[in-house]
Design a protein around this ligand. Structure first.
Ligand code: 4AD
Ligand code: MG
Length: 450
């Protein structure tokens, strides 16, 4: 029989985000050395653990010689456990500091090959080339935490409002949005397959089976656009509802967005601060949102052009350019819903407005502050004959759309839906200049590494 040993109990393992529950206690954190400063007999290491960062204080006299020397010589991003006492400090960004008692290095970074990302400014190309390591910095980690909440809140909104999640295929036999933007591959003996641009056509089928559905998954566009809003791979969440018309769709969109922003404000004040987001701009985001028709938006742009507020005149009938969208959205403190675009510039499946069939019963939701379109949606053509006509007019292969036409043959009803790109929503909610920071590994026209 062995004698019971009488060592002190092991300190609780805690996360940095939970330190408010451990004030005055000695805890062990598992993380990485994010930064370190020294001033003679004092070390000020900053640790990160994925939930946040905290500064430690290490007076030479308070720890063993070995701990002091090890920490002093440790390279940034070495992994370690740290034991210390949690002390409230109103000057600290997190509200707490750690009086370090002991450390245990798990894996030391070699001084010959230090962590490539330093606290000085790096160029965007360098950072994207090192995206696998850039993710560790507090701002990038904060963005990914907010992204996760946006995705969760988006699903939660539909899950708690009677929608059934139905996942459309990613490999598809034909285009949904536009044929020029497809990633193509060989598919056995059947010829070509394409990566999906949108699950919409498939969830129209599941909506007619289940009533209210949504899909949430990756979508792909081989667009040669090199803008701050375009990715070639992005995540889209799409609701589709049987018996829903355009007015109901607008209500769904504004309630959905308001819910997501509410959740982010509720759970991510600290992260938004790290990111540098002005949260007062988010606090106004509550339904109802302004509704502006395409024609009204065009008139606003004419007026702005006459007053010299915008440089280029908007041509009636054309889609809005980025500067047009920025001007329109700058007139409102919440997202603006532009409806009834000319049918000629929109997708083949959109229902014409009975009051003016040259317009489509569709909506683009433009985020405030110049972030542009975050949602695109519409009521769908529900007449068999009209849909068949549209497929012909757009020179689409009828055979490939036979199943889609069936939905109009067997118990067709008015139905509507929209798609929101997660990365566009993250860029707006976090106030980011470019969508490349909104997703762990962005896929763009000229980058597919790492
Ligand atoms: O407006 P889009 O093309 O609409 C559709 O795909 C419809 N079938 C959706 C539907 O009605 N169910 O795309 C929807 C949204 C855009 O508003 C934007 O937020 C995002 O998807 N999006 C992109 N995000 C990042 N990079 C791109 N290249 C994007 N293209 C569209
Ligand atoms: Mg669109």
């Amino acid at each position: 029989m062995t004698e019971p040993t009488s060592t002190a109990p092991e300190p609780t393992v805690a996360t940095i985000a939970s330190l408010s529950q451990h004030e005055g206690q000695t805890v062990t954190l598992r993380g990485w050395l994010y930064n370190i400063r020294s001033s003679g007999k004092l070390l000020f290491p900053t640790f990160r653990d994925g939930t946040g960062t905290i500064q430690g204080i290490v007076p030479k006299a308070a720890v063993s010689e070995e701990v002091f020397e090890t920490l002093k010589n440790l390279q940034l991003e070495s992994s370690l456990t740290v034991t210390g006492k949690v002390r409230a400090d109103s000057r600290a960004p997190s509200g707490y500091e750690l009086d370090v008692e002991n450390i245990h290095v798990i894996s030391a970074v070699s001084p010959n090959e230090p962590f490539p990302i330093t606290l000085k400014e790096h160029g965007v190309d360098f950072l994207m080339e090192h995206r696998h390591l850039w993710l560790r910095t507090p701002r990038q980690s904060a963005i990914l935490r907010v992204r996760a909440t946006i995705m969760r809140a988006a699903s939660e909104y539909f899950d708690t409002n009677g929608f059934i999640r139905t996942d459309p295929p990613i490999l598809t036999p034909n285009a949904c949005e536009g044929t020029s933007e497809l990633f193509e591959m060989d598919y056995f003996d059947d010829g070509k397959a394409y990566l999906t641009q949108s699950g919409q056509l498939y969830i129209e089928a599941t909506a007619l089976a289940l009533g209210k559905v949504y899909s949430f998954g990756p979508t792909f566009r081989a667009e040669k656009s090199k803008t701050r809003r375009h990715l070639t791979e992005f995540w889209m969440i799409e609701p589709e509802v049987a018996h829903l018309e355009l007015d109901g769709l607008l209500e769904l969109a504004e309630n959905f967005i308001s819910h997501i922003v509410m959740r982010v404000l509720e759970q991510h004040r600290a992260d938004l601060k790290v990111i540098g987001r002005d949260v007062s701009k988010l606090e106004t985001i509550k339904a109802p949102f302004p509704r502006v028709s395409y024609d009204e938006a065009h008139a606003m742009l004419e007026d702005a052009f006459a007053k010299g507020l915008i440089e280029n005149r908007h041509k009636e009938g054309d889609d809005f350019g980025s500067p047009d969208e920025t001007y329109i959205s700058s007139q409102f403190d919440r997202p603006v819903m532009i409806h009834r675009y000319p049918a000629a510039i929109k997708a083949f499946y959109m229902q014409p407005d009975p009051a003016d069939p040259t317009k489509a019963l569709c909506v683009d939701v433009l985020a405030p502050e110049g972030y542009g379109e975050i949602i695109g949606g519409s009521q769908r053509v529900d007449s068999y004959d009209l849909l068949k006509q549209r497929i012909d007019d757009h020179n689409l292969p009828l055979a490939a759309f036979q199943w889609y036409l069936d939905l109009r043959k067997y118990g067709s009803v008015p139905h509507a839906g929209f798609g929101m790109g997660i990365e566009r929503a993250v860029a707006w909610i976090c106030g980011l200049d470019h969508v490349r920071e909104t997703i762990p590994f962005a896929r763009t026209l000229n980058r597919i590494y790492p």
